[in-house]
Structures are given as structure tokens and as C-alpha cells.
Design a protein around this ligand. Sequence first.
Ligand code: A1D88
Length: 652
Amino acid sequence: MSVDNIDQVTVLGAGNMGHGITEVVAMAGYDVVMRDIEQEIVEDGYEDIEWSLEKLAEKDRLEEEPEGILERIETAVDLESAVADADLVIEAAPENLEIKRDIYGDLEEFTSDHAILASNTSSLPITDIAEATDRPEQVVGMHFFNPPVKMDLVEVIYGEETTDETAETTYEFVESIGKTPIYVRKDVRGFVVNTVLGPFGDEAAWMVSEGEAGIREVDATMVHERGYPMGPFELADLTGIDVGYHVRKEAGQPIPPITEEKVEDDELGQKTGKGYYDYEDGDGADYGHEDASEEFDWLRIEARMINRAAELVGDDVATPDAVDTGMRLGAGFPEGPCRRADKLGLETVLEKLEELHEETGEARFAPADYLVERVEAGETGEDAGAGFYEYGDDGGDREYRNLNVLRDDEVLAIELDRPERMNALSEDLMDEIEHVLETADLETVRCVTFEGAGDRAFSAGADIGGFAGLEPWEAGEITSMFETVNDFPRPTIAKVDGYCLGAGHELALACDMRIATADSAFGFPEITLGLLPGGGGTQRAIRMIGEARAKELVFRGEPIDAETAEEWGLINRAVEDDEFEDVCEEFVGDILEGPPVALDFAKKVMNRGQDTDLEAALTMESQSFGLLLSTEDVMEGTAAFAADRDPEFEGK
Ligand SMILES: C/C=C/C(=O)SCCNC(=O)CCNC(=O)[C@H](O)C(C)(C)COP(=O)(O)OP(=O)(O)OC[C@H]1O[C@@H](n2cnc3c(N)ncnc32)[C@H](O)[C@@H]1OP(=O)(O)O
């Protein structure tokens, strides 16, 4: 069955995950039946969907009225009628193998032969669930993250019998509801995200148990120096210390003493008012920047996560890209462990694991074969040209992980592709932009466009998580990207649809022209972070819109709407959504029809002239004018004018 044959979806379960999945599927345009075992549970779930859709509508995040989406949702208690017409059943029942197997036994009987049966389990083997049916080849894992409306990732998991057809259709279905799927090709415990995430909390707990570090020190260093969204202990308190404890127990893994103590004392985290931090009589996870420490051995935690990633890659469970996407979208990591390992150097990671393994004899430090093989092959990461990823040479055959780059005839279209972070500019992303531009073929490229993936932002600024551990002298390396954009010898256009803030705004200002949808917002919120725009924003804005307005933007940190930005001269056009692409195409079209050499000279003269005195600038202009007089393009331009036809410039 292909995704085009999926019209009717049934979600089993109206609890947190069930109603969230129902909402997401209905928002994508599918008819959904949401079923649970009691009318009251179904009604509660439906009300939660109504509430959530209302909130999304208030934030202008829906493409249609909530009523239209609700009309596609039916509720049910009777299982047989709920699944009778379903092409896809997404089961989100409690995480209990017996309950799930009972349900699948019934589904076997009540669903049509072609239906795909997907389980939203986060911890149970798909193979064991599938055994309850006579068609295990049509059973697949479909692991959404909580809350489904917000979280982009879905793991698509193969059971032992799942066919490619089932998994591929499921994968395409996930894409069709606007989520990002990753394949988990073998039915391993914890799938990808929880497998890699495990050591984050586990190793931190061992280190504290062994007196190597304090709780605040670990959390602060991992957040403020290594860029994780939350410290391991804060995360454990949020998810429940008993949850991780039971997962380890079931897997037969040793439990760190500090975790054992917390479970024995029933101090399980936020839900009991106390865990590693005190939420009732204390201030909760109250660690700060000052608690971070240079002595803390963060590599011990990261090496273990990378080792897990290497096991998954080596065992063909997931590709490095799937692992990294999973950790970025599912766990909010600033970058995936495979990419981080390639930057750290695989030999550094291996050394750390070997050293710990030798010292302690603990199995958890035993290096994965894949890691050892890569290092033995000299593929130790980015500096070596290959590691988890291939880096190619600098000639342009590089795979971009943060950009979508489309070279369509003469237009180089660059899409910032981190929608889960509002396309925030990470160090890697900026490095990739520089690489695209520096390796662009100037024989063919005549115009460059920048836009943001997703429907919320061009870019919400520099990646705030990426400031972690950044030294002052490294700032210069990062800002070089803006100059590369500014100086690129072809016209550049920023296509802004949504938030355009901070460094994202500075990227747009480094472009030659900016076109925006009316509901876009332009601002420099850096001051609210105790910073100033560091990618040329203060200087470009003051030159474009004058001192008063530039200082208003920078000092107040408040964004302005696109109409105001147009009135102030910060952007070229503010247009309605439905005109946006047409207007952008008109701008691009005019540039493609224009004379490349004259455009190049005009850009240089106008950019450089702004910062020289008028006399020097006029000299530069007249020299360029003189040089252009001898080009073939000028002959063509004047001949076309005389013949009353459109010129065909060749850039000569
Ligand atoms: C030299 C240059 C320096 C700079 O550029 S400094 C950065 C300047 N920019 C900012 O300060 C803007 C920060 N972002 C925001 O204020 C808000 O976002 C928005 C107003 C743009 C949107 O708010 P909402 O609609 O509530 O979305 P959400 O939940 O805040 O964002 C969705 C996810 O995107 C992440 N994110 C947004 N901006 C950034 C950023 N600049 N760096 C890193 N992550 C960012 C969030 O954290 C969150 O992620 P999760 O879903 O995991 O919580």
C-alpha cells in the first residue's frame, strides 16, 4: 500500500499521546477516528484537542479555522466500528505489552487486510507486539515524542517481520503530516533517541555517585559549556527518576547508587516535589553559569553517547544522519553525537573510552567496533575528511546538514534548514553558508536567494545554545560569514517569511535586497540577552535607516512589522502571503535578465562607495563605468535598444 491510499486513520487512545497524534493527523487534512475504552476519556481527549487548536489559532499557527479540523475528528468507544474503515491504525495504548497484544489480536480481526498497524510505543519491542497478529509484516513502530503537536520527530521502527513497503509507507505518511521521520531499521531496545540519551543521565549519575562532581556542576557545565538544553539531573527530575531506573533495571544494567537512593527515598523528581533538586522547599533546578567548571570531565558523558551512536550505526540500526536528526529533534541536542564526534576527533573519543575501560573494567566503556574500525582506518572525523560522515574536499562535493541548496540554472537557492530551532544560525550552518558561496560556480550563478525552512521564521538569530563555551576571540570566525554574503559578487535576495531576528536579521541585511511577507517581524533582540548585534547589524542598519531608527531597534530590542520595515527602508517590499513568491520571482527574473558584469560592478561600487568619501566613490564609479563600456554586454544592450528588442546578455 502506498501513502496515497491512506484516507482514513484511527488513533487508539485519547490520552496525552493519543489526542496529540489525533490533532496532528487531523491538522494535516486526514479524517481521524479517536477511540478509547471509556466515553469520558474520549471526551476529555477531544476537549484537550479543542483547547490546543484554540491556542494554535490565537498564535496564528493554523492554516484553517479550528472548526474545520475538528470536523475531521470522530470519537468512538467501540473498537470494531472505529477501525473497520481505517487504512492506518496508530495505537497509543498504555505501555503494557499484554494490553497492546490484546488490542492487536482484535485488530487482526476487525481491520481490513490492507491496513497498516502502527504502534506508538516508546519502549516495547515491535516484534513482540506484532506476534499477536497473523500479519506482522504490516506492523510497524511509529514513535511520536511528547507533545506530538510541538515535537517534530517520529521514529519509524522495523519489527523483525516488517516489510519495506510498510515502513516506507509509514515514513511517507509521517512526512505528509509535516513531521520528520527517521528509520530505526532494527527493533533495538530504546530505539535511537532513548538509546543515545541513556548515558547522558546514567554517566552523570555515576560521576556524582563516585564523588567526581556535584549535581549543579554537571548540569551547569553540560548546559552552559556544552550547549545542551537541560542538565542531566534537571532532565531526570522532569521525566521522573524512577522512569530511567526501571529502564536500566529491565535492561539488566547496574544502577548508579545516587539513583538507587532517590528511588528508595521516593524522591522521584518534580512529580514528588523533590528529586535531585527540591521543588517544594527549594528553587528547583537552580544551577547557574557560575556552577559550571572547567575541571568537569564532560567528555566522559559525551564519549558514552557517541559510543552508543557508533553501535547503532555499526549494527545498521540507523545512519549517522538519522541518529543526529533524532537527537536534535527528539532530545533538543544542539547537534547530533555523530557530528559532534567528527568535530572532537574520533580518536579523542576512543582514547577516553579505552582509558575508562582499562581503569574501571566496566562494560559500559567498551568501545564499539565501528568506532575502533573508523579510527584504525584513519577516518577520525572532519579534519581527516571522513568519520561518521564523509566531508569530501573543498571543491564543493560536501553534503550540507543545515542547508538545502538548490542550484537551479542560474539561481543558487539556499534554504536555512533548522526549522525546529527557528532556523537559528549555528556555527555549522554559518560555516556551510560560507562553503556554498565560496565554492559557487561564478560561471553559472547569477543570483542567490536565502530563505528559511518551515513556516515560522527566516531565522530567529544566532543559535543561543551555541554561545555555550564560546571564547571572545572566536567571535570573529563566526561573523566572517556575513561578510562573505555581503561581498558575494552576484546579487543576493533574502526571502523573509516570519521571524527575522538577531543574526538572522543581520544575514538578511548582508543581502542586497529583502522581500518579506506582511506578517514577518524584524528585530535585534540581542540587547535583551546582554549582547549587541555582532554580525554587522549595528553598522548596516545605521547606514540603511539612519541613526535614530537603528538605535531604536538595537537599544529597545523590540521587533517591527514588515510594513514598518518597508517604510523605514530596511526592506524592499512587504507583500501579502499570496503575492510573496510572485514578487520574489519578479526580482530574481529581472536580475537573470540583467547584464552580469554590470551588476557585479554596480554591487561593488555601491557597497564599497558607502564607506569612502564621495570623491573617491565617484572615481570608483566612473572607472567602472569606463570599464563596462568595452564589454560585449554593453554592445548588446545598446543594439537591443536600437532594434527595440530585449537584450540577451552573456556576461562578457
Ligand atoms: C550576534 C548575534 C546574536 C544573536 O542573534 S542572539 C539571538 C537573538 N534572537 C533571539 O533572542 C530570539 C530568540 N527566540 C525567540 O525569542 C522566540 O523563539 C521567538 C519569538 C522567535 C518565537 O517564539 P515562540 O513562537 O514561542 O517559539 P519558541 O518555542 O520560543 O521557539 C521554537 C524553538 O526554537 C528555539 N529557538 C528559537 N530561537 C532560537 C535561537 N535564537 N537559538 C536557539 N534556539 C532558538 C526555541 O528554543 C524553541 O526550541 P524548543 O522547542 O526546543 O524549546
